[in-house]
Design a protein around this ligand. Structure first.
Ligand SMILES: Cc1cc2nc3c(=O)[nH]c(=O)nc-3n(C[C@H](O)[C@H](O)[C@H](O)COP(=O)(O)O)c2cc1C
Length: 132
């Protein structure tokens, strides 16, 4: 084929990326679901390609990224869109740690930017205390 071919589907990190390139000979790889709540997946692949060490993000890294993501949504969206998208994305970030499901429920129940802000402060404090 003369046009570039992009491989995708179930690529979750460096090993899947290499398998996709080796098996299909594609020109590029696209990642969808694995990047939801884990944008570090791209650093993982770059580290593998550069033969560098990769360390998974900590729970505190995730909580801080929640805040950054929320602040970007706040800049870009109206209040309803911002709160709804915050809920959607936080459902991906807030997984795999003690009380994660309780935090997801709390964010799911929030209706205003103020409520999300106050919960975020609580989340960051909780994560710093519990996982530092
Ligand atoms: C959040 C998200 C955004 C996506 N955006 C696009 C897009 O803009 N264009 C496109 O062709 N496919 C898009 N897809 C589909 C994916 O590229 C891909 O076909 C599908 O999700 C399977 O790959 P995955 O296993 O990496 O998710 C998107 C998927 C997700 C989850």
């Amino acid at each position: 084929m003369k046009i570039p071919v992009i491989g995708n589907g179930d690529v979750k990190g460096y090993e899947d990326y290499i398998k996709m390139i080796d098996y299909t000979g594609c020109d590029g790889v696209m990642i969808g679901r694995a990047a939801m709540g884990n944008p570090w997946v791209f650093q993982n692949i770059i580290a593998g390609l550069e033969n560098k060490q990769y360390t998974d993000p900590t729970i505190i890294d995730k909580a801080l990224l929640c805040k950054k993501h929320f602040n970007l949504l706040k800049e870009d969206k109206n209040e309803i869109q911002c709160v709804n998208l915050t809920k959607k994305h936080f459902g991906y970030y807030l997984k795999g740690f003690k009380k994660a499901s309780e935090w997801r429920v709390k964010f799911m129940q929030s209706k205003t930017i103020e409520e999300v802000e106050s919960l975020l402060e609580g989340l960051i404090q909780y994560c710093s205390k519990e996982f530092d």
